[in-house]
Design a binder for this molecule. Structure first.
Ligand SMILES: *Cc1c(COP(=O)(O)O)cnc(C)c1O
Length: 188
């Protein structure tokens, strides 16, 4: 079983890794993005010993793995520094706080006719629309409110940094609300 924790790893969902919510241990886990807190490009593939031995103790084949920049020392140092900073701080409290603020700011949108669902987990807030969003229109409204989000199909979502301030979460939620108000105007 492979768990892709590239987006969800390192506390994002309120647990250090999302697999903890399900109480499962994957055979392979993919990490990236916040592995270096986003400061440098680095990704990692973790495996159980059983999987790694099957790869390493056999002749090089389909799973031969040796990228030029593998285990880049500078990127690894950044990752270690970032992980130490995360684990030495009160990330659980921070993420729980962001979760509460996101829910406060977004839950009211659930009744909007253009909205299919509103979901919050940890420092992830999602407004799922009934129809795909017009990327250009949506981003203009968001930018006019000083917020940069990247809508994805029917999803208008935010995954803010854990250092975000209360008023900044409110700004993001307000900007999402502004997108919905345009949606309401366009509603026949
Ligand atoms: C960003 C992302 C990827 C791609 O990761 P790369 O390190 O850019 O290859 C894969 N899965 C998820 C869930 C992601 O968010």
């Amino acid at each position: 079983m492979i768990a892709d924790e590239i987006a969800t790893g390192f506390g994002r969902t309120g647990r250090l890794f999302a697999v903890e919510h399900a109480g499962i241990t994957p055979d392979i886990m993919c990490l990236g993005k916040s592995l270096t807190s986003g400061y440098m490009s680095l990704a990692a593939t973790l495996t159980t010993r059983r999987v790694s031995e099957a790869i390493s103790n056999n002749p090089p084949g389909a799973l031969m793995h040796g990228p030029t920049f593998m285990a880049n020392p500078l990127a690894c140092s950044v990752a270690i520094a970032g992980i130490e900073l995360l684990l030495s701080g009160n990330w659980q409290q921070r993420v729980a706080g962001i979760e509460q603020l996101l829910w406060q700011g977004l839950k009211g949108f659930a009744d909007h006719p253009a909205v299919a669902d509103v979901r919050v987990l940890g420092a992830i807030g999602v407004v799922e629309m009934r129809e795909p969003l017009d990327m250009a229109v949506t981003q203009k409204i968001l930018l006019d409110h000083g917020v940069w989000l990247r809508p994805f199909g029917r999803l208008l979502y935010t995954m803010p940094p854990f250092i975000i301030k209360e008023r900044e979460v409110a700004s993001i939620c307000h900007a999402i609300g502004a997108v919905l108000d345009i949606g309401r105007l366009n509603d026949p």
